[in-house]
Ligand binder design. Sequence first.
Ligand code: IFM
Length: 446
Amino acid sequence: MASSDDRRFTAVPENPFMAAMPADFLWGVATSAHQVDGGTTGNDWAHFERRPGAIADGAVSGPAADHWNRLEEDTQLIRELGANAHRLSLEWSRLEPEPGHWDAAAWEHAERELALLKAAGIEPMLTLLHFTLPQWLAQRGGLVAGDFPQRLEAFASEAGRRLGGWVRLWCTVNEPNVQMLYGYVTGQWPPGLRDRTLATRAFASLLQGHALAARALRNSCRGARIGAAVHLVLAEPLRRWWPPDRLAASVVERGFNWPFYDAIRDGVIRLRLPGYPRLEQPLAELRGSLDFVGINYYRRNLVDFDPFAPGFAGLHQGPGLRSDAGLEMYPAGLLQLLRRAWQRYRLPVIVTENGVADAAGSLRPDYLRAHAYAVACAVAEGVPVQGYFHWSLLDNFEWTDGYRLRFGLYRVDFASQRRLATPGGDEFRRLAGLLRRPRRTAGIGC
Ligand code: IFM
């Protein structure tokens, strides 16, 4: 039976921002360095991509969208979308190509990009770690190298010192839960392992790294606002009446969605999952390390009890329209997760990523409007949502899916590197225009 939230999304208004949105709401686009820059050959992904069968269609990231050489052009594209913010990441392997050696030219390049954004009136949000590790660090054990947290701390400190004049908004790590799952449980991502003991260690290490990096940023960058970006799945039992399915759905909630932020709230790194070593590790520095909760939202899953699946949770798609990645598009899920994040942590929330794989470009306008409506409904209910970043500005290297999934508001012709306008980009710009107009305060409509 459709819930009242589901019913709201059957007719999304042309102006999804019917409620009063904050005047300084961040309406932005998101990218990550390895996925768009090109030439990021010194990291673990570049090495992993060469393994036969690692990436769909045998692709490698290679020149990606050549963003490294197109900063002016791409900044202008962001501006033309009407965005006032851009979430981007630093490529650690370029900035610290050898342990303790900072590459001055690479830092200058980062500064140039940030200066261009600021000059265009675009607020940067900078992610320190968006999956890729310098190969020298990967060779020493990557996330489970004993000194990973201290290495991330040193990197954060250098970034804060050099770039803090340009950047206020920081994400320490991107999707730590995904990195742990694919890197150490399913083995589809670097380092390609299936070892639940190491998975648990990697998770703890990412949290320790976050805590130290947050402290380093606070010390090196005055006024820093610090968050992370965690991938959240709206997990619902496939059969609500069947207790094992309810239990399996709760494993996704407890084991995938919230452990990272719960640890920060509680000051204790905790993992209690079937089939994994138990983890209970106090870390006082975690408390207060977060100024906002970042949510990356792409999917709802209907979950059944499956003894062969990780965490005994079999994931299925609901009945709605699906993206090219086969994921159901379910905007009501974003509203529900925004509510839950606020109830759980009482911190401002930012949608650090949301987007759809849609090569034809025909799904994205409605998808975007419906997810903007989810944000507006959450704001109308009193959830302090401070921003929304659409994934992505450009088509890009989509990890193990290579180039076959397209997320861009601009389509990229990878042969010529031309950027082409899409209906999704037009809708993004229209919505930006609605946000900037004086808004009605009555007749909220959500
Ligand atoms: O491309 C990725 C991104 O790197 C992390 N979040 C999900 C996106 C789409 O799959």
